[in-house]
Design a protein around this ligand. Sequence first.
Ligand SMILES: [Zn+2]
Ligand SMILES: [Zn+2]
Length: 313
Amino acid sequence: MPSIIKFSTIFALFILSILFINYVVFYFNISDINNINFFSKSNSSYLKIYFTPMLYATSLIIMFIIEFIILGWNNSSLKSILSLSKSTCRVDTFYIWIKLSGISNILFNLIFFGFGFYLLKEIENISIFKINNIFFQFISAILLISFIEYFYHRILHSNYFWELHKIHHAAEEMNIFTASREHPVVVSIAIILISIPVGLFGIDPLIAILCKVIMGGYNLMLHSKVFILPDFLKIILISTKDHHLHHSTSEKHFNKNFGNLFNFWDKLFGTYFNSDNLNNITIGINDKNYNNKNYLKQMYVSIYLWVKNFLKT
Ligand SMILES: [Zn+2]
Ligand SMILES: [Zn+2]
């Protein structure tokens, strides 16, 4: 089959399956977050904004356009992904499919035994005080969320959680889709953790959306090949190359650059490694089990190994 027809067919099937699953979820009324929350009848949770596939799709499209302008079609993530020639790209595509189809929302609730959105609603009610100034609300939200994500990422690299985070690090090529390549358990715990500051400080839903869009979008760039961060911003922001170094196969780069927006948490806690003078960083880990076609097996095997390691450590 000519390659252009093969690519078009795969791309069309990818989009159609996403639309179909979203339609099924909508038809059975499980698109309403509260209906897949088995234990809560409340419809007040505004934290459901974290679950909108549309929001994610928009960030992706914006990043694809930026990448296309800067790198051109031949070096773009979209070209690499569409060829599906590398197993690492196929795994990336599987995880983006889970996210865009809304399946990850259902998994989130199942992972917390149906209490997922109930937990989020409870978090909204733990407000200890409210910052009235919208600007300071934004600053405190972004600082707290980035701080929690920094420490959570460090925990993922500990012996207790590494098995689950391996799926992300098993990528052998960096592209925009690699950012989504995370185990559903890792994503679900992160959602609860990063919702804590939103609840504690009574963050306005629009501010929470803004933080999510900025941090989510930035995370896509960190996994791309777009190296455009000006030097004056490198004083506080983690750069694309800094994050590529985090994925490096070289032992001296292990457990460095955990931040996914700011670099000052890494600098403060001694885990920052300046990547400015490095070129050709090799990406990946020494475990080939996470780049094969058994996507579902990868998911449950990593849960099994995680629990086994957790009990042993
Ligand atoms: Zn990591
Ligand atoms: Zn990464």
